[in-house]
Design a protein around this ligand. Structure first.
Ligand code: ADP
Ligand code: ZN
Ligand code: ZN
Length: 802
């Protein structure tokens, strides 16, 4: 087995294959699949993943592996297979999938060092190499002629660890631990023998007689009021010994997590949990959709299911949306499972992320709570996978590989024979439809644990406000309610439902929104050409001067920023203290937490923000929630816009009156009769589901069909159109009869960075070979991609149709 099969880091199509390399003798014993290596590729040296070993090759003149980057594998056998699957499913390169599964630190080549973790004798060669030092550079080892197998063994025994040097900042922290090296009675005897003048030494020794446990050196000095000189003397007399221990940077160190214990479940919670527990105990895979209103105790169900899994000696993965990975959420998991929990989210530094990943790899934790990519946690004995707020689109990666964490979760659940739990107050239509067809098990929780009603929702018709002469963003109802709330010393959450480039056109008199006559989707205003365009079928028309419905000249395109709202809020209610939370005020690390902390400290009356304030927040003192423009998302050029509006309104309503104080929700709208606004205000998910399914059916959108999106971009407009046209024609030759291939259609943002973008959309019910077709087409264009600056991207499950 002296030949390694390697997936190399070359970003070109048709290179989704393994290359054979000879394994030099020195790596023979240590090299296993899942390790990264450096190999020659043409004139270059590149990294690659070893995916297997063999004894013969079809090629003669094999080149040799230059170096091994990992002494222990970074990908398990399961993850290697999973990466191939992800790549195939999303039509991407294997190497891209593997890199997406690992923390950033491991995607590049970093300088390494070796750290001695023990005072115990190492094997003579290593002892000689360290020569009394705690840390040496990895190069020293490489040049030492000591065998890799010996180093690997020392690492496996935890005598030595490897540290990757990330931007000159060490990723691992070391602390010195002091402990007695003799029995307590021996220490006592030594104390008696010790000179009375050695006061400090006696003090230090007495400490360990009283408390014969390991302690951090710095703490020891603090408690005993001693120093290194004093300690040195006792170390030399071999009464005490010291060890270096690696500690992890803990991003949540400052927060004290109060221990929580399992609650007595409500009847609904028990009914939901029991079948899940059954699957856990029988080690069977199944997918559960937990449809539970906000406050119905879903999180408690997750916690108790995880408890069950841990007690079986297994591990749990919990995914939450990035923006709801707030300290409040983390607290609930750390509170129950303490240091068994690793947390992974994008606000962590690369070093911190790497620490958390290593805790998982080293099996030092049992639970990982994290955003999307935590689905690739290198656990080997998974007992449950939970996806909270399963409807969130952040679970879909919008970059290669364009995978959906839900699909990966189910794949891993099948491999590990464990249940997958999808939880939401407003499940996606896709998931709910599957549950209705018994593909998933549906469990419903329609009562809050405290039996409180959901807050009452009042819809304000903004057209009437306008007719009454109020041209501001705040209706008189909202203003009065805000004044009253502040008067009672309670707090307000104000949501500006805005999406960056949501420039749909609406009549402010009658609420009429211009839609495409063929697609039932709002037309998008293109400022430059003053045209309205449909991004699904290319239909366009000029921007109207008056409303085609009511002839009013107050027909405008929409788009308002939080900053402007804040200014008018300050004018309207000068005494109210406002915290604004949007991408601008939360860009800096930790600012998100800081603003929330200020608000929960009651340093402000109003929290004003975009979508990011709608999720997971739980403030006892918030009794009023205002939605400034419920419509703005409704008319995005996206067939999911009604669903997203319903989800957002339901979610934000759940923010009011979570505790003893009753809550109220005011929703301002120019189209108050729209079913997603009406049904959200009644918390009627089932009716919404049925109505929206009808629409999806008649316009042929998911979940009735699958979508795939191919986007072509190039600086030359004509070329983009031509190539997209060719792709459409190639596809039409091979697809099934009931499959629709649409295009070439300009992308909603047709030119980005001087490149034109066109797309081809495929709508299909069943196309088992579609990925192969697309791959073939991509291969066909690979020359042009390489030489002519052409870019073709594939999204097998598009969410952003931009
Ligand atoms: P969800 O995740 O569905 O929004 P949570 O799990 O956050 O609901 O529960 C809402 C509140 O009810 C929390 O404060 C939680 O501590 C509490 N809770 C959950 N289950 C119970 C229970 N069985 N008994 C009492 N309180 C509970
Ligand atoms: Zn009108
Ligand atoms: Zn259209």
């Amino acid at each position: 087995m002296n030949i390694a099969k390697v997936i190399v880091d070359v970003q070109a199509k048709a290179i989704n294959q393994t290359f054979d390399y000879l394994i030099p003798d020195k790596f023979q014993d240590i090299l296993t699949e899942g390790m990264r290596v450096i190999v020659p590729f043409g004139p270059r040296k590149i990294t690659g993943f070893v995916v297997g070993k063999k004894t013969t090759s079809d090629y003669s003149q094999l080149k040799k592996i230059i170096d091994v980057l990992d002494i222990s594998p970074v990908l398990t056998g399961e993850l290697l297979e999973l990466g191939r699957w992800v790549a195939d499913e999303t039509v991407t390169l294997y190497i891209t999938a593997y890199q997406a599964m690992l923390p950033q630190v491991l995607k590049a080549q970093y300088k390494k060092e070796l750290i001695r973790n023990t005072a115990e004798e190492l094997i003579p060669e290593l002892e000689h190499l360290f020569a009394g030092r705690d840390v040496i550079s990895y190069e020293e080892f490489v040049h030492s002629n000591i065998s890799y197998a010996k180093l690997q063994r020392a690492i496996q025994e935890s005598f030595i660890s490897i540290n990757y040097l990330v931007k000159s900042k060490i990723t691992k922290k070391l602390v010195t631990i002091i402990e007695p090296s003799q029995e307590t009675y021996q220490l006592e005897e030594s104390l008696i023998d010790m000179s009375q003048n050695a006061k400090k030494q006696r003090q230090l020794l007495s400490y360990f007689i009283e408390k014969p446990e390991p302690i951090e050196q710095s703490k020891l000095f603090q408690i005993t009021n001693t120093n290194r000189t004093v300690l040195r003397a006792l170390l030399d007399k071999q009464l005490l010994k010291e060890n270096k221990k690696e500690i992890y940077r803990n991003p949540y160190q400052d927060t004290n997590f109060e221990r929580t214990y399992p609650l007595q479940l409500t009847e609904q919670q028990s009914i939901a949990l029991n079948p899940i527990k059954e699957k856990i105990s029988h080690e069977e895979h199944d997918v559960f959709l937990v449809h539970g209103i906000t406050g119905s105790g879903k999180t408690e169900i997750y916690l108790q299911a995880i408890q069950e899994v841990i007690s079986k000696g297994k591990e749990a993965i919990v995914l939450v949306p990035e923006i709801s990975l707030t300290p409040q959420m983390v607290k609930r998991f750390k509170g129950r499972f303490g240091s068994d929990v690793a947390v992974m989210h994008s606000a962590l530094s690369n070093g911190e992320k790497y620490d958390e990943w290593r805790k998982i790899q080293a099996k030092e934790v049992k639970v990982v709570v994290g955003a999307r990519s935590a689905i690739f946690a290198p656990f080997e004995n998974i007992g449950i996978i939970i996806i909270d707020e399963e409807h969130e689109t952040t679970y879909k990666q919008e970059d290669q590989p364009r995978y959906h964490a839900r699909d990966v979760a189910i794949r891993r659940g099948q491999y590990h024979n464990c249940p997958v739990i999808l939880g939401s107050a407003t499940p996606t239509l896709e998931s709910y439809a599957r549950a209705k067809k018994d593909v998933y098990q549906l469990v419903t929780l329609d009562k809050r644990t405290n039996n409180q009603e959901m807050p009452a929702v009042e819809i304000v018709d903004m057209r009437e406000e306008l007719h009454a002469g109020n041209r501001s963003m705040f209706s008189s109802t909202l203003k009065e309610n805000m004044e009253a709330t502040i008067g009672r010393g309670e707090q307000i959450v104000l949501l500006l439902n805005r999406r960056g480039y949501s420039t749909f056109v609406m009549c402010r008199d009658c609420g009429h929104v211009k839609e495409c006559p063929h697609c039932d989707i709002a037309l998008t205003y293109h400022k430059k050409s003053n045209q309205l365009k449909c991004h699904y079928c290319s239909y366009e028309e000029p921007m109207p001067i008056v409303c085609p419905e009511c002839n009013s000249d107050l027909i405008r395109y929409f788009g308002t920023g939080t900053q402007r709202i804040e200014e008018s809020l300050n004018q309207l209610m000068p005494h109210a203290r406002v915290i604004r939370m949007d991408v601008d005020t939360t860009r800096r690390k930790g600012s998100h937490e800081k603003l929330l902390h200020q608000f929960s400290n009651k340093e402000a009356d109003i929290l004003l923000g975009t979508q990011m304030i709608a999720k997971g927040l739980d403030f006892a003192n918030v009794t009023l929630v205002g939605v400034l423009t419920a419509d703005s998302m409704l008319h995005l050029p996206d067939f999911r816009s009604s669903e997203k509006t319903f989800q957002l309104l339901t979610q934000v309503s759940g923010r009011a009156g979570r505790h003893e104080l009753p809550g109220k929700v005011i929703v301002q709208s120019y189209t108050p009769e729209h079913y997603s606004i009406q049904l959200a205000s009644n918390y009627d998910y089932n009716q919404f589901f049925m109505q929206e399914m009808q629409i999806r059916k008649s316009f042929r959108y998911p979940p009735y069909v699958y979508l795939s999106l191919i986007t072509v971009s190039h600086p030359n407009h004509v070329k983009v159109v031509q190539i997209t046209q060719r792709i459409v024609q190639l596809l039409l030759k091979v697809v099934q009869e009931d499959t629709t291939v649409l295009g070439p259609t300009p992308s909603p943002i047709t030119r980005v960075k001087d490149r034109y973008r066109y797309q081809c959309m495929i709508k299909y019910k069943k196309e088992p070979k579609l990925r192969t077709y697309i791959q073939k087409i991509m291969d066909q264009f690979s020359d042009e991609v390489r030489k002519e600056n052409l870019l073709i991207t594939v999204d097998m499950q598009p969410y952003h149709l931009m």
